[in-house]
Design a protein. Sequence first.
Length: 289
Amino acid sequence: MKKILIAATLFLTFVPLAAQWKPAGNKIKTAWAEKIDPNNVLGEYPRPIMERTDWKNLNGLWDYAIRPYGNSTPDTFDGQLLVPFAVESSLSGVMKEVGSKNELWYRNDFEVPADWNGKNLLLHFGAVDWKADIWLNDVKIGSHSGGYTPFSFDVTPFLKDGLQKMTVRVWDPNDEGPQPRGKQVNKPEGIWYTPVTGIWQTVWLEPVPEKRIESLRILPNMNGSVDGNTPVSNPDDAIYVNEGPQALAHGDKLHIVYSASGCWPPYYALGLLTMDTNSDPMDPAYRAR
């Protein structure tokens, strides 16, 4: 009998998250919605223009709470919400409105892989609508306003041993505020849309070296060359290319010549962009045709 009870306890402990989540409401679902797996939500790499090998997807079921504007961090939460779907959406599993007089709180705990020790850790948010404040282990690490742009923080100084506690607070005035909001309104009808509040793009972790590429912008030219703008964490470092016909780099400026004749090759990959000692290899996902 004792063995049966232990087995039953273990089974309940490891019940898949899918059994705890389902779309809210009775809205018509697409074939993609029916295939959502809470254990692997939007599992593709979220930033193909600067793809690094190591990363960790934080999408999934997070604790959430809707509280009056200005309240302190909640002691208890209302339930779980599937990130990165807006709280008003069916796929969030909640389908509740927040409004300008309330704030949406998130809580999520995560672990940092042991083989990332010695590296800086970036916390990325693909997009949060609209104003977001983020805490890690009860220390505020930053804020961001703007519902359509990605942002990130170097959270290395705020890490502790074991489990990391992340808290996110979001306020979105919707059509009562001056921010860009598209067709979102509090009372949608006709051509107007339901508000989108909170996290609505992938949240993820990325280990990076201290010397690293911050961003990448590629501009192809008609003469068979490519110019790049690649800001780095240390302005004294220079970018170089370890593959390609001819490459010139000066600080964060990159110039690559594919063809002296001015003709584009049929297909050529830019190759890996790295720092001075190959400390930050990545695939820029740039292809020339």
